[in-house]
Ligand binder design. Structure first.
Ligand code: S3P
Length: 425
């Protein structure tokens, strides 16, 4: 993928639906009784993996015009899958579905691509095993492929060592099938889409501080869901609009849930001109974001804000390299276990562009403001790395090319077209 420099980005853009919310809408719709209609569903490869897993377990999911229609069969309506469940590249599918599968009355196996087979699954196996689940890492390395023999589960209180919505959601979903109230406490609050959406479907989830608890065996009722634009996808256009001279972009209907909006707060700290319009606080909050070219400076990022911008840190690292002054990112060791080791991959690739950046144990230190030049970038098949460098390529001098650039399809099919339709070479 070859990226060219652009100037004055202008226009209005609706980014694709939120990935986390799209996954959950299909999963919870499948477990609910009746028809769930989902609009602005993300047709990215990750969410298609979730659909294919639930289809294999007998759920009828189809397109109906602009909407996705899920014919849910209730909490106990899944059937044993024919063959292995393929989760592709999707950590969310793997971890959330494992919680659901643990409480079923059948045996299932799941696996995915090379990246998924190297990502840590002990973090979900530990709480699931203590609920009495039978979950095995088939290569005995704490990773997928996993075999799950569904069985009756016990309620637990789990003190999670990581702030991870995937771990929290996995335990809460297993808690749907447990024999009492299951709760999870995390060190810092992670995204709360599971809690909000399960309650919307009629479950009884209670949240207090960083603890969420769930009562078992609710009757989930089908609901209509409008998926907001994904702030993690908007992040690329927020950065492009701020960094490209003479730009003004309006991003329509972006999710601004406070457990996801850390990027906006960091951008403002960096000196960004971002205005929120048409704010709607009902359900999952949304707004239109007006982005104007700004001169940015370095900041310190760490602590409780990290889970609220974890997927945006690759883009923030690129922004920091273009900003004046030093940016320190800490408490972000989770970056090492994403689709790639995002600390190493961002540091290596930004160095190739001429940036002054170093990796630390839990983040990076970036001395911004050096002139950056085009380079050959390796995406390591990580969608967020590819998109962050595509934005860098529209700003830096000289051509930039990305190997494995097609991986943007994981979360943002049409990304390159959207980037180019706003710009003027
Ligand atoms: C997600 C949670 C986050 C995030 C991922 C999606 C989710 O992962 O990075 O892209 O939908 O719950 P962790 O829970 O591992 O932090």
């Amino acid at each position: 993928m070859e990226i060219k420099k652009q100037t004055n980005l202008r226009g209005v853009l609706t980014v694709p639906g939120d990935k986390s919310i799209s996954h959950r809408a299909v999963m919870f719709g499948s477990l609910a009784q009746g028809d769930t209609r989902i609009s602005h569903f993300l047709e990215g490869a990750d969410c298609l993996s979730t659909i294919s897993c639930f289809r294999k377990m007998g759920i009828d999911i189809k397109r109906n015009g602009e909407e996705l229609l899920v014919h849910g069969k209730g909490l106990h309506g899944l059937r044993a899958p024919e063959g292995i469940l393929d989760v592709g590249n999707s950590g969310t599918t793997t971890r959330l579905i494992s919680g659901i599968l643990s409480g079923q009355s059948f045996v299932s196996e799941l696996t995915g691509d090379a990246s998924i087979q190297s990502r840590p699954m002990k973090r979900i196996m530990t709480p699931l095993l203590s609920m009495g689940a039978d979950i095995v890492s088939l290569k005995n390395n704490g990773c997928a492929p996993l075999r799950i023999s569904g069985r009756p589960l016990h309620a637990i209180h789990y003190n999670s060592p990581v702030a991870s919505a995937q771990v929290k959601s996995c335990v809460l979903l297993a808690g749907l099938y447990a024999d009492g109230i299951t709760s999870v406490t995390e060190p810092v609050l992670s995204r709360n889409h599971t809690e909000l959406m399960l309650n919307y479907f009629g479950a009884d989830v209670h949240s207090e501080g960083t603890t969420a608890s769930i009562r078992p065996e609710p009757q989930l009722e089908a609901r209509d869901i409008r998926v907001p634009g994904d702030i993690s996808s908007a992040a690329y256009f927020i950065a492009a609009g701020l960094l490209t001279p003479d730009s003004e972009i309006l991003l329509k209907n972006v999710g601004i849930n406070p457990t996801r909006d850390g990027m906006l707060r960091v951008c403002r700290d960096m000196g960004a001109d971002i205005t929120l319009l048409n704010v709607n606080q009902e359900g999952e909050p949304t707004a239109d974001l007006l982005i104007r070219t700004s001169s940015l400076h370095g900041v310190s990022i760490g602590g409780d804000i990290i889970p609220t911008l974890i997927d945006e840190l690759p883009m923030i690292a690129v922004m920091a390299a273009f900003a004046e002054g030093t940016t320190v990112i800490k408490d972000a060791q989770e970056l090492k276990v994403k689709e790639s080791d995002r600390i190493q991959v961002m540091v290596d690739n930004l160095k190739r562009m001429g940036a002054d950046i170093e990796a630390t144990d839990d983040g990076m230190i970036i001395h911004g403001g050096r002139p950056l030049k085009g380079a050959q970038i390796d995406s390591f098949l990580d969608h967020r790395v590819a998109m962050s460098f595509a934005v860098a390529g529209t700003i830096c001098d000289g051509p930039l090319s990305i190997t494995g650039g097609d991986c943007v399809n994981i979360s943002y099919p049409g990304f390159y077209q959207d980037l180019y339709c706003l710009g003027h070479a």
